[in-house]
Write a new protein. Structure first.
Length: 392
């Protein structure tokens, strides 16, 4: 067994053959702003496009019609410098342009591998540092100069490649799962549309029911009434923010002492009925159901059935919510009663279940696997970056 030697530095013990440098020594911000009409790019990334918790990006937006924006290249590192606690960091997979709240970081020379630098910046302590440098109250932004002063470990280039290869292989599997999920969701949506929307006449033996008679829509609690005590076990509060961002350091902590029905488990369907109306299958671990969210369940109908029917009515629900201009947009219980669901005869329903249940079950399984892979990646990350685990 090889005995590794370490040395003490300003950022802790690191392997003897590693260096410590500031970010500005190995990388810099890229500023290449041009008017939109001066270049022909189709991919535009804003901070809203970037997903929290290192989740990559949503579909890239079309370019704005006017304004000056920063160009970026494949393998540039994009970092959302606004509300940095959301941890929006992305290693670019195409050329494009980005909004002014997104910093473009690029290595200065070949002494540091781009993917390694991306993963180094993915560490929790980097985001903690950026939060400490942030200025402003409503929309805090990290101090750009202070971020460049952040100290980093620099292993030999061969070890940088090795570390990046291990972490990127995990991310590749996570991305594959996400792509498979998109495909499965599209298949499920297409089948639902074919069976329940694309016909001229309702088949014999089929009938309609109100949406709230197909499933129970349980409204959440005012969770501030159930605060977790210091040092005790707790549940994360699932609010509208968590539907979009997952569980973060900003997520409220709730006492375990709340009614059982308001505990959310992986695989539960959640529906936010105010603000940003969303329908999701939750896969981010056990939590507590906050007000403004429904937990949707049924003892008589399968999950795929009320999930796709709720999604089918979602555009109409959003239209209702948008009409409430003087208050936070929302729907009411009677809107659920007015939304009709078409129920097939038993024989047809049984055949549909054989197809749809495995699809939705696979979606949930792939998401949970991706979450577990992300946990493995996140636990390996600081050990690899500190030299506690050596790859060569």
């Amino acid at each position: 067994m090889i005995k590794r030697k370490f040395k003490q530095t300003e950022i802790g013990k690191i392997p003897e053959d590693w260096e410590v440098k500031e970010l500005k020594d190995v990388a810099s911000y890229i500023s290449n702003k041009v008017n939109i009409n001066e270049f022909n790019l189709t991919n535009f990334i804003s901070t809203e496009n970037m997903l929290p918790n290192l989740g990559g990006i949503n579909e890239a937006s079309s370019l704005p019609k006017t304004g000056k924006f920063n160009k970026f290249n494949v393998k540039d590192i994009l970092f959302s410098n606004i509300r940095t606690y959301f941890k929006k960091l992305w290693l670019a997979k195409f050329n494009g342009a980005c909004s002014n709240d997104v910093l473009v970081i690029r290595p200065k020379n070949s002494s540091i591998e781009t993917s390694f630098l991306y993963y180094y910046l993915s560490q929790e302590r980097f985001f903690e540092y950026t939060m400490l440098t942030s200025k402003g109250t409503k929309m805090p932004r990290g101090d750009k100069q202070a971020i460049l002063n952040w100290a980093i470990n620099i292993p030999p280039l061969s070890e940088q490649h090795s570390i990046a290869r291990i972490l990127s292989s995990l991310d590749a599997k996570i991305e594959l799962n996400n792509k498979m999920n998109k495909t499965l969701e599209a298949i499920g949506q297409a089948l639902f549309k074919r069976w329940f929307v694309d016909f001229d006449e309702v088949p014999g033996g089929w009938y309609t029911k109100p949406l709230d008679k197909v499933a129970e829509f349980l409204n959440g609690l005012a969770l501030q009434k159930y605060p977790a005590m210091e040092g005790e076990e707790y549940l994360p509060a699932i609010k509208i923010r968590e539907l979009r961002s997952g569980i973060t350091e900003q997520t409220d902590k709730v006492s375990l002492n709340l009614p059982k029905g308001y505990i959310v488990e992986d695989g539960d369907m959640l529906f936010s009925w105010s603000g940003s109306l969303e329908v999701v299958i939750w896969t981010n671990g056990k939590g507590a159901l906050n007000q403004h969210l429904f937990k949707v369940s049924s003892q008589d109908y399968p999950k795929w059935f009320y999930y796709y029917w709720t999604k089918y009515h979602l555009p109409h629900f959003r239209h209702i919510a948008e009409g409430k201009a003087t208050t936070m947009g929302h729907i009411q219980k009677h809107n659920l009663s007015e939304a009709e669901v078409l129920v097939p005869d038993k024989k047809t329903f049984d055949e549909m279940n054989k197809i749809m249940n495995p699809i939705l079950n696979k979606v949930v399984a792939l998401r949970l696997e991706a979450n577990n892979l992300a946990k493995i990646r996140d636990s390996l990350l600081p050990k690899l970056m500190s030299g506690d685990i050596r790859t060569i």
